[in-house]
Design a binder for this molecule. Structure first.
Ligand code: ASP
Length: 327
């Protein structure tokens, strides 16, 4: 419970020098770039990644091809990129799990702070607490009563230890002081399929995966984890409104490349990310999914590096205090 309480308590929301190398600067990129998404296709990270990749491809004049490498809360995909050739042709789009897994996984195959170059922050996505359509409780208050009374049978889907759905699910169990059975997937894309099919009961997932389903009435929504209600889900109360004190969480995303990727490539990718985040199509699609692009000043190597460092430190304190690890 100590971990869960600590997680709940933490639930609020260097400059990299660039050496100009004319040869590469003029020619990069000369071929397709692979963007690894460390979760399954069709999930929230995949949705964000594909939208950004499509827009960046136009700016770069070369295709960014998305490759989904799900498993172990995103650490398999991150590990793949850490070991890839640092030539500018393999990049990673990951979320807050990049920071939490640095402590949660004591035997990580890569050194999080030293294995990557930073391209920039992408977006900060709210979460939603949702359930299968026919799940009995009508609102958040009844959900809390229901899970307390049925703790041996209620199941919670997540995308593995360190995933956003895992962290948010832990926060929920902490808030209601009731441990529940968790069901891990390689991403919340397949978890959503099972939620729609009624094979699992509840899930805490990014709005980028749940908004359309909530709007379509195919799943039941209990709360959003943002400080205020979202324009796209005006009838869904915030978790705080619904009675879960301090229950706020946002899932920030960043783009990385393997350590040693030439500075000119990083600079070009970062500029392209900034262009993508101002693309009216990306802005509109993000808005439909309940989120907004990061400002240009955050879509930079320095801002992502600072964010990752501070988030690793923040979650290290929480996780170590709890003494709970993935291995
Ligand atoms: N964002 C993950 C996905 O895309 C899920 C998670 O972090 O919970 O599937």
């Amino acid at each position: 419970m100590k971990f869960m309480n600590a997680v709940l308590a933490m639930s609020a929301a260097a400059a990299v020098s660039m050496v100009f190398a004319p040869a590469m600067a003029q020619t990069y990129p000369e071929r397709n770039i692979t963007m690894v998404i460390p979760f399954s296709a069709g999930g929230p990270t995949d949705t964000v990644g594909r939208l950004v990749a499509e827009s960046m491809s136009k700016d770069l004049g070369q295709q960014i091809i998305v490759e989904n490498v799900g498993g172990a809360g995103g650490t398999l995909g991150a590990g793949r990129v850490a070991q890839a050739d640092p030539d500018g042709y393999t990049i990673l789009l990951h979320h807050i799990g990049m920071a939490t897994s640095a402590t949660l996984y004591r035997k990580l195959a890569y050194d999080t702070l030293n294995a990557f170059e930073y391209v920039g922050l992408v977006t900060d996505v709210p979460m939603t607490i949702v359930a299968r359509k026919d799940f009995e409780p009508a609102d958040l208050k009844s959900l809390v009563e229901y899970v307390k009374a049925n703790k041996d049978t209620v199941t919670v889907a997540n995308a593995g230890i360190g995933a956003a759905s895992h962290l948010c699910g832990m926060m929920f169990m902490s808030a209601v002081e009731t441990p529940l059975t968790t069901v891990p997937y390689k991403g919340t894309g397949p978890a959503m399929t099972d939620l729609l099919g009624g094979q699992v009961d509840i899930m805490c997932d990014q709005t980028t995966n749940t908004t359309k389903q909530i709007q379509g009435g195919t799943i039941k929504a209990y709360a959003v984890t943002s400080p205020a209600r979202l324009d796209v889900l005006p009838d869904v109360p915030t978790a705080i409104e619904g009675g879960l004190a301090d229950f706020q969480v946002g899932i920030w995303h960043g783009v990385y490349a393997p350590k040693g990727t030439p500075a000119e490539a990083i600079e070009r990718l970062s500029k392209s990310l900034q262009v993508a985040l101002k693309d009216p199509n990306v802005i509109a699609r993000f808005a439909e999914l309940g989120t907004v692009p990061s400002p240009e000043s955050d879509a930079t190597p320095a801002a992502l590096k600072a964010k990752l460092e501070s988030e690793i430190a923040r979650w290290k304190t929480v996780i170590e205090a709890a003494g709970q690890y993935a291995d």
